[in-house]
Write a protein of this length. Sequence first.
Length: 173
Amino acid sequence: MADMDQQPREDLSGEAACRKIRELAKDARMCMLVTDVTDYPGDVRPMAIQKVEDDGTFWFLSSGASEKNGDIAHDARVILTIQNDEKYEYLALSGVASVHTDRVTIDKYWTDYANAWFDGKDDPRITVICVKPVDGHYWQTHSGKVMSFIKTSLSAITGSKTSDGGVDGDLKV
């Protein structure tokens, strides 16, 4: 197994943190959204990502009657987790959410995929959740899934400590 104490670490802030968020989230279509974070274990559910902006802001469509919208109205602090198992890339973000109901924002983030949950773009239940990350942590393997598996397997067989070619670090947006 890779020696986590020797794995390269790269903490990022500002624009560099935003770039890393965009890089790791660009291929993600889904993530886990945690609301009601003060009441352990919180409420966790999968969400379809509509868009990730240049500043790392995430956008989601949601029903105005959903529990998550109520949770956000009560406490806007949320957690997002994203994983790309193909590349062994992972992202955990803490942020602040807001709910938008204006037609311009709904039109901007609407996709036909949302028809599975709503009765078209004019469904009065549609809201848009915006999550602005504040901080987080990322884990990224540069050599990819296959090479990481080979390196980890070799380490397990030989007992040697080897890097899986990854890097991790804190993010401060």
